[in-house]
Design a binder for this molecule. Structure first.
Ligand SMILES: [Zn+2]
Length: 284
């Protein structure tokens, strides 16, 4: 039995001499394990493509009898590229950032069942670059990361913030920006304001205000929190195609406290520990 699927290669490892064992994130936001024969580039047939992380491809798969780490396992019979990046591979910062995007996508996506792959038509769609949830965010993040390199406009901190915020909201764990999580008073947009967000409280899914923070004797760096609050607020309303309009200082991401705070928030919401993420160590 065969099925046509389309997805992004979110992880890969060498297998045998010329093959690749990879995870493909499908349009429906679920992943599958696929064996790509000659995925490392064939010697005999020079036309065979070497598959790289972040490539977006179409393939026909069949169910394999092999079970790998308890996952159902498919074989790709043939494949073609729908989209691929060129600049990302040549820029070490962009490449590391892409690895972070892929690892986050890998961690939060569920594994598709064989039944759904073989019986549902939702996996394959002609709607170019559109998909569900995590697929949608990831395909946009990769496409516009490449775009920022073409335009000589790479900003790792900006791209990370946009990605993590979009991912949180699409996965249903968006941050309450409207009101203080404790006193429920509204944050006012007027600056200077008497009531502002001073701490992100992961357990409560939002920020607490300066007044509650004083009452509860919560220590916080106000400027860092105002930056974080503003970044989230901007990222929520910024469409991916307008990524360059997001005002984030183009500095080293290791200096970006907002990035770390939001990554910790992400880990808390999905019950991950930071140490589980190998790629994040290359950012800070
Ligand atoms: Zn409050």
């Amino acid at each position: 039995m065969h099925a046509k699927v389309e997805g992004i290669l979110i992880s890969k490892m060498p297998y045998r001499e010329r093959d690749i064992l990879g995870k493909l994130l499908l349009r429906n936001g679920q992943k599958i394990t696929v064996l790509f024969r000659n995925g490392r580039g064939g010697k005999r047939n020079k036309k065979t493509l070497c598959l790289e992380l972040g490539y977006f491809l179409k393939t026909e798969i069949s169910k394999s009898n092999i079970v790998y780490k308890e996952d159902d396992f498919f074989c790709a019979n043939d494949w073609s590229l729908t989209w691929y990046h060129q600049k990302i591979r040549e820029n070490i910062k962009a490449f590391y950032l892409m690895c972070v995007f892929l690892e986050l996508g890998l961690k939060i996506s569920l594994t598709a069942s064989v039944f759904s792959i073989m019986n549902e038509s939702i996996i394959f769609s002609n709607n170019n670059l559109k998909g569900e949830g995590v697929f949608n965010i990831l395909s946009n993040a990769l496409f516009f990361l490449e775009d920022s390199l073409i335009r000589n406009n790479l900003n790792v901190t900006r791209d990370f913030l946009l990605f993590i915020v979009k991912l949180l909201y699409i996965e249903g764990v968006g941050i309450n920006l409207k009101e203080c999580v404790y006193c429920k008073n509204l944050f006012t947009p007027v600056i200077p304001t008497k009531m502002f967000a001073v701490r992100l409280v992961p357990k409560e899914g939002g920020f607490c205000c300066n007044i509650c923070s004083e009452k509860l004797n919560i220590k916080s760096n106000h400027q860092i929190m105002i930056d974080t609050y503003t970044s989230v607020k901007q990222a929520v309303t910024t469409k991916y195609k307008n990524y360059s309009l997001l005002h984030v200082k183009n500095s080293d991401i290791s200096q970006s406290n907002a990035s770390k705070i939001l990554f910790n928030y992400f880990c808390y919401q999905f019950h991950f520990s930071r140490s589980e993420f190998k790629s994040i160590k290359s950012l800070w």
